[in-house]
Design a protein around this ligand. Sequence first.
Ligand SMILES: [Zn+2]
Length: 99
Amino acid sequence: MECPSCRYANDAMAARCAQCNTTLSHDAGHSPRYRNAVAQINTRMYVGVGGFVGFVILGVAAVMLPDGAGEEHLKMFAAIGGIIGALLGRYIAWKESRS
Ligand SMILES: [Zn+2]
């Protein structure tokens, strides 16, 4: 990573700058590319989890309907749940990336 004090391009995993011996922090000052990659992974994770949870919740709700849902209704409910969950996940990821 780039040294914050002398701008020397160090090895990505270097703990100290090879030029000026400044301690390189790997927690702060990540490159925008790195942050983007993390945000993208987060979005995928939230969308996946949200979609799955929505799918299960509405699937179960459809099964527990008093007059018993037909198989077509069950599929429709589960699909809608999945979509809502995925959208919610996307929203959460978006909110988190802005904070
Ligand atoms: Zn340096």
